[in-house]
Design a protein around this ligand. Sequence first.
Ligand code: ATP
Length: 253
Amino acid sequence: MQDRAVLEKKVPASSGDEALITLDRISKSYGSAEILNKVSLNISKGEFVSILGPSGSGKSTLFNIITGLVPADEGTLHVNGEIGYMQQKDLLLPWKTVLDNIVLPLDLKGFDKKASRAKADALIDRIGLRGYEHRYPSQLSGGMKQRASFLRTFLASGEIMLLDEPFGALDSITKGKMQTWLLEVQKELGVTILFITHDIEESILLSDRIYVLSSRPGVVKEEISVEFDRSNKPGRLLNPELLMMKEAIKGLL
Ligand SMILES: Nc1ncnc2c1ncn2[C@@H]1O[C@H](COP(=O)(O)OP(=O)(O)OP(=O)(O)O)[C@@H](O)[C@H]1O
């Protein structure tokens, strides 16, 4: 008999490099289409891990399984902490102000409105939106909207963030700025990030580890550790070993 996927939630531990998410041989099909085949991966506290794969390799399906939105057919899943899921689009509500959008999940959970707003306000400077908190999403640039969406996800979850191609729709200059910003903010807030991308360079720039997923069905082809200085972003991309890594990853996809 096949194992059913199990979602197990435990109380998060305060320290150590324990695994926050562990997937063991997760498989998923839609009808006769096999989307994921025995995908195993893990992410420990404080890590930045990317799932890199071509369009249609099942990356978003994997996130939907981790968050419990979609059941897996086979395999086991352990989640140790609160997960926040930021999807490709910012999904800000156009009729609410930036601040009201950011605190929306807290309002929905029934938290004290004043306290939630104070909590968000304390982080508005950090996401570079001071002066914009009472504006509407249509008055913000693409990068600003993604930063607002990031803070909303962070406040709602706080510990493990699943980011599904958050910079996919941004121009390359804004994307570069957002990548630098994300690394800084991850360090400051101490969050663990699982990140979806189909951009090889982006995965090398941001990640501690990369899982390379093949297409049809999604299979983990390689797990790569990126052991380079992440504080020096431009230097990272010019590092000859990283250029070789980029070429090697290209060969896998
Ligand atoms: N609910 C569903 N029913 C049927 N097929 C689905 C469903 N959700 C996803 N699929 C199919 O599963 C495959 C993988 O989709 P998924 O969105 O997970 O890939 P992805 O790697 O995230 O792609 P992209 O990079 O384009 O977002 C696609 O072929 C998609 O059409």
